[in-house]
Design a protein. Structure first.
Length: 406
């Protein structure tokens, strides 16, 4: 676990005591949530939403559900108001999870919620049911002191995150009730960093055409698979920009992640489709990435005479983002961590996340600071119980900094 130092303020001591008082409740709620399977695209989400909704109701907080385009519930929302109008911040954590993988490889079953030697085991314990439980307890404390601060805090618990659709976030931020949002803090795990940015992503399906024929025919016909292989090789060898500087230290990256085409043995395929994942930076944005795909495809098409041109189908388009170092949200979390005694720093993440989607909407966001963990998305996912009060106190301090007080 990340070490702490001794420069803790008196106010922070009070927040740590409050967080310690909530620790057992956070652990209990996390265990209950972990014991309810909620794998993205696999399990029904209603049971885990029911449990969180019931818990909030028991604490005197009102929640409501948001539906996606197909009518299914994709998120649970609860808003706590201060004594007067003011800034509005969103605490976001997902209640759906990654798949279990090989359940026989787990030391304890993925939905056990076992606590052993200070570690709470189970799928979703780190990503992000512990974060949701912490945020729920924090909302209760804010509601009890609503006469001391202005503005509002929204709990957004989505259940369409691990599908990659991010339906819960979209239902809220693109919906009629989004209103003013001054910032979002996402409870992804990890004490070592406050994630203040991430590479963007452009994902595309490349539909490559050949000419159908018999594989044993006297006259060979252009195979879509062979043509696709040529295009894949060119994309693999394409030069991409390196790191964008101190403010964005990561390079762009292109990866072919899937390929399909052909059937059996005797037919020359006339269509081969492959998927491309391109990680974007300020020096290589979505327009530049799309230009690269189209230019490389056009050159291959020209060399394969008689074949139809390659179709580039864009499926995902999110910009890279880096939270301004002068933004209140940036300073609030980092300063709060220092105040509580946690050594941490800002980080630009390699993977994309909801922060990229929010950046496209012009909403500042942090995309990670949370409990200490092991096995994220892997076998034996678990969290350090001792890290719960630290995370609770940091977010509490950050919100007290961001929300005007009397």
């Amino acid at each position: 676990m990340t070490s702490t130092h001794g420069h803790i303020t008196a106010a922070a001591v009070g927040l740590l005591h409050a967080a310690a008082a909530d620790q057992a409740g956070v652990v209990d709620l996390t265990r209950e949530l972990v014991r309810i399977p909620s794998r993205g695209g696999v399990d029904s989400y209603e049971p885990v939403l029911d449990r969180m909704s019931t818990w909030l109701h028991g604490q005197g907080l009102v929640s409501r559900r948001l539906a996606g385009p197909a009518g299914a519930t994709v998120a649970l929302v609860c808003e706590v108001h201060g004594h007067d109008r003011g800034p509005r911040y969103v605490l976001n954590a997902c209640l759906d999870t990654a798949p279990f993988g090989n359940e026989n490889a787990w030391t304890y079953p993925p939905t056990s919620g076992e606590v052993v030697d200070g570690w709470l085991h189970g799928r979703g314990s780190s990503d992000s049911k512990a974060g949701a439980a912490i945020f729920a307890h924090l909302a209760v404390r804010l509601a009890r002191t609503a006469d001391r601060w202005a503005g509002s805090v929204v709990l957004l618990f989505d259940v369409d995150e691990h599908t990659g659709v991010f339906g819960g976030a979209k239902a809220f931020f693109d919906g009629p009730d989004a209103g003013r949002v001054d910032g979002v803090m996402i409870g992804y795990p990890g004490l070592a960093h406050v994630v203040t940015g991430g590479r963007g992503v452009l994902r595309a399906r490349m539909h490559v055409h050949g000419i159908a024929g018999h594989s044993g025919g006297s006259t060979p016909t252009p195979s879509a698979i062979a043509k696709a292989a040529t295009l894949i090789s060119r994309l693999h060898d394409a030069a991409l920009p390196g790191p964008s500087g101190v403010g964005f230290p990561l390079p762009a990256r292109l990866t072919v992640t899937a390929i399909s085409g052909g059937q059996g043995y005797s037919a020359v395929p006339d269509l081969c489709t492959f998927h491309v994942d391109i990680r974007l930076t300020p020096a290589f944005d979505d327009a530049a990435a799309l230009d690269l795909l189209r230019a490389q495809a056009a050159q291959v098409d020209a060399a394969w005479t008689g074949t139809q041109p390659t179709l580039v189908e864009v499926t995902t388009r999110w910009p890279a983002f880096a939270l301004d170092t002068e933004a209140p949200l940036h300073a609030a979390l980092l300063t709060a961590a220092d105040t509580v005694g946690i050594r941490t720093n800002a980080k630009i993440a390699g993977p994309s996340n909801i922060g990229n989607y929010l950046a496209g909407l012009g909403i500042p966001a942090t995309a990670g600071f949370g409990v200490d963990y092991r096995g994220l998305h892997g076998t034996d996912e678990q969290i350090a119980v001792a890290s719960i009060p630290l995370v609770h106190a940091v977010y509490h301090q950050a919100l007290l900094t961001l929300l005007p007080s009397r």
